[in-house]
Design a protein around this ligand. Structure first.
Ligand code: HOZ
Length: 425
């Protein structure tokens, strides 16, 4: 038994399923999960000492690569001064000022401890601000695990949703409408019928939790117009895309100004963090100013702020996102071309430092199309690449991430392993 397998067996005794987040269990791809011991730059090492080129990057935050010296220094220096005060600190002010400067849609922001907390709070705020209950989400988009967001489509396009997890009361799910991503027509139809009841629409402006699905520009524009026309709050969930697809995030890339934005991942540089912010008029409904309650002992934690500020400082370097996007494009275009030469039904695409790999002729545009991908083909590819020392997300339905520390050598290693695989597949 390997060290990884041994640790997994032991973990199952006191941790349900042996993991603290389901996808880590390798349930989708099969086999035993890796336990990581360390990371440096573009690489991670497991408990058996094997080294991998890492394309998960802690699911997005590690945009500078692992253990970047400046981030580690900021964390250590801040930790020396105390880990948590449950009171305001200067670092929270610095973070709030920086986020509002980098995202023009954000007048004010509140810092929390996770992406789930950010989206859950943004939904409550939108409901409190509008006095309405209904919300709209899109099938395949994931916004953390708050009850009202663990909902799948109901029986018809205009019916409210059903819980997608046990433990979510149907009464809660019944305030959530689930529509198809990129379907502008259905969105308009829904708003024409129910617009005055809709408190908010929440969307991943580039979907990254059903593999990667890129938005159609016209769809995002329709979304903005519908929300403006009916006074519904448009929430961009940029927990994944924030400072990952560009310095101005997805809202800058597509030129759409949301009313509220949720953030996490990159803004914590690998420490637990979340944030939600937007129009001042809406944000002023939050306690202690307004009637919408929200609080947290570790909110704006100084060590997390220090890691996030150090990360955000480095990714503002001139040309950072051009370089990151180019690296990611080299990876996806390389993989697609190798598969094409081998006659395999495979496609790939990237947005900034995020990418999607699909065992399907063309990149999917909706959840239904994602479901048409050949999952078994992905699983075989995943395990071959893992053996070769390449760590992709352990599920056909997750996006991948490249860091600025991924260099030509790592790309070449990846493409050469893929060449070996596709020539035999
Ligand atoms: N939310 C991630 C999947 N899209 C998984 C996070 C984790 O397991 O760390």
């Amino acid at each position: 038994m390997t060290n990884n397998q041994n640790l997994f067996e032991k973990s199952r005794i006191h941790i349900p399923g042996g993991v603290n987040s389901p996808v880590r269990a390798f349930g989708s791809v099969g086999g035993s999960p890796l336990f990581f011991k360390k990371g440096k730059g573009a690489h991670v090492w497991d408990e058996d000492g094997k080294c991998y080129v890492d394309y998960v990057g802690s699911w997005g935050p590690m945009i500078l690569g692992h253990a970047h010296p400046e981030v580690i220094r900021a964390v250590c220096e801040t930790a020396e001064l105390g880990l948590s005060f449950g009171a305001p600190t200067r670092l929270e002010l610095e973070m709030a000022d920086l986020l509002c400067e980098l995202l023009p849609s954000m007048d004010q922001v509140r810092l929390v401890s996770s992406g789930t907390e950010a989206t859950m709070s943004a939904i409550r705020l939108a409901r409190g601000y509008t006095g309405r209950s209904a919300i709209v989400k899109f099938e395949g988009c994931y916004h953390g695990h708050a009850d009202s967001l663990l909902v799948k489509a109901g029986s018809g396009a205009l019916t409210f949703g059903n819980p997608s997890s046990a433990g979510v009361p149907p009464e809660t799910a019944q305030h959530t409408l689930v529509l198809d991503y990129n379907d502008a027509g259905k969105l308009e139809e829904t708003f024409d019928k129910l617009g005055e009841k809709i408190a908010a629409v929440i969307i991943e402006p580039v979907a990254g939790n059903m593999n990667l699905v890129a938005p159609k520009q016209a769809f995002l524009e329709t979304l903005r117009n519908c929300c403006t026309k009916y006074g519904s709050v448009l929430i961009f969930d940029e927990v994944m895309t924030g400072f990952r697809v560009g310095l101005a995030s997805a809202q800058g890339l597509y030129g759409i100004r949301p009313d509220l934005t949720t953030l996490g991942k990159v803004i914590g540089g690998g420490m637990p963090v979340g944030a939600f912010g937007g129009k001042k008029e809406i944000m002023q409904s939050l306690a202690p100013l307004g009637p919408v309650y929200q609080a947290g002992t570790l909110s704006g934690n100084p060590v997390a702020m220090a890691a996030g500020l150090a990360t955000l400082k480095l990714l503002q370097a001139p040309g950072f996102f051009e370089k990151l996007s180019e690296k990611t494009r080299i990876l996806t275009e390389g993989l697609a071309s190798i598969a094409k030469d081998a006659g395999i039904a495979f496609s790939a695409q990237s947005v900034g430092g995020m990418f999607g790999l699909y065992f399907r002729e063309t990149p999917p545009e909706s959840y239904a199309e994602v479901m048409q991908c050949d999952k078994e083909a992905f699983n075989r590819f995943f395990h071959f690449m893992l053996d070769e020392g390449i760590y992709f997300a352990p599920s056909a339905f997750e996006a991948g991430f490249v860091s600025i520390a991924h260099e030509e050598a790592e790309m070449e290693k990846t493409l050469s392993a893929a060449r070996k695989y596709f020539s035999k597949a």
